[in-house]
Design a protein around this ligand. Structure first.
Ligand SMILES: [Zn+2]
Length: 291
């Protein structure tokens, strides 16, 4: 009987100790869970605080280090390195400037620009796009007949540094050929679309005896400005030897009437200031291209 009681007591004690162990385990689990619940909160609060302290907005286009690619030479560097080939302006010694018109021809704005130039007795330079020459041959004929100069502006307005060497040469040669049909000679001036060109392309153009003609006065007429704004953009920045960028060929939905309207005022103001308006060839005293 006594032994039985002892066994019962031992069993009760064992069970109690088991309960205690389970409770301890449960408590430990609960505590761990609680800790885990607290931990992430603690972690997420910290960056929140850091973000709140920084008021600098993120760069929309992505971080510099991700977006920027190594660029061996910038356009400014290239201009310095190839001064005699890559030209932004003429000599400041003469009171002369050159009006230039890009993206020609179209059958809407180019004829209107030609009307103004004819009325004012001014010769200008038109940088033509090859496939537009094919589309509006009669306008090109008129440009040449009225004594203006033609320059190459690629075949389809490609962003030149982004295309292959073969494609680049095709853009240049095809447009040269089209121009020569009207002028009788291959042009020796080219303006790259967007002013963009690579070093290799400059070297090839130089080997072909061509000058790259960019600009140092931008009318920004493609932005759909008022004639007054176009006039100010030109006259406020003009100086002797300036090469002035306008457009005379509109794409879909583009309105270049601001240029057509601003031109007479710009020409008159320059005339009053005894500034002569000449073609790029005259300004830079370039040789007349041969066949
Ligand atoms: Zn252009």
């Amino acid at each position: 009987m006594r032994f039985r009681w002892i066994v019962i007591c031992l069993v009760v004690l064992y069970l109690c100790s088991g309960c205690t162990q389970n409770n301890t385990q449960n408590n430990t689990q609960n505590n761990t869970q609680k800790a885990q619940q607290i931990k992430p909160n603690a972690k997420s609060e910290q960056p929140k605080t850091l973000q709140a302290e920084s008021a600098t907005p993120n760069l929309a286009g992505g971080p510099e280090k991700k977006v920027r690619k190594p660029h061996p030479l910038s356009l400014a560097d290239l201009r310095k390195k190839y001064r005699s080939t890559f030209i932004l302006n003429g000599p400041s010694s003469k009171r002369e400037v050159a009006l230039t018109f890009d993206d020609a021809p179209d059958d809407q704005f180019t004829p209107l620009v030609l009307d103004v130039l004819k009325r004012e007795g001014i010769q200008a330079t038109f940088f033509v796009v090859g496939n537009r020459v094919e589309a509006h041959p009669e306008v090109v004929k008129r440009i040449v007949e009225e004594g203006h100069l033609l320059g190459n502006h690629s075949y389809n307005h490609a962003n030149l540094p982004k295309i292959s060497d073969a494609e680049f040469r095709e853009q240049v040669n095809k447009t040269d050929k089209l121009i020569s049909q009207y002028t009788g000679y291959i042009p020796n001036i080219i303006r790259p679309p967007y002013g963009n060109i690579s070093e290799g392309q400059i070297q090839w153009l130089a080997s072909q005896g061509k000058k790259i003609i960019n600009w140092n006065v931008d009318s920004l007429d493609w932005k759909g400005l008022t004639p007054e704004q176009v006039e100010t953009n030109v006259l406020a920045h003009i100086k002797p030897g300036a090469i002035i960028l306008h457009h005379s060929g509109g794409g879909k939905g583009e309105d270049l009437s601001c240029t057509v309207d601003a031109l007479p005022r710009i020409i008159n103001q320059l005339r009053n200031d005894q500034v002569k308006l000449v073609t790029v060839s005259e300004l830079l005293e370039l040789d007349i291209p041969t066949k």
